[in-house]
Design a binder for this molecule. Sequence first.
Ligand code: CO
Length: 148
Amino acid sequence: MLRWIAVALLLLASSSALAAECEVDIAATDQMTFDTDAIEISKSCDTFTVNLTHEGTMPVSSMGHNWVLAKESEVNDLATAAITAGADQGYLPPDDERVIAHTDMIGGGESTSVTFDVAKLQEDEEYLFFCSFPGHSMMMRGSVTLVD
Ligand code: CO
């Protein structure tokens, strides 16, 4: 009996490890919103993928959205640098080390994805995702947390 329980627990443990979601679908809207404000990333994932869909109809020039991952302490400076970088750079400073991962800037009806190494995240650090389009980062942001 005990042996069966041990086997069952082992099976449960291995299936939950396999079931760890190493990607998330996020929708953005013409109302300047993401449909989530918290993303949890399992440490068991080698890489993590964000699939971003802009469900609105407005063009990238007026309601552009991207998904940018950075340390919480650097998001506000990064959002300012993004405005300086301008539309030609997709509102992100090129090759900026503060950007841990980011998607392309997209308009209504478009989708994009990014995959990054989970090893880039540290357990004792606070992370945020945000949209770097001018004026969007205060509304369009959320937490990114490493979980077991
Ligand atoms: Co946006």
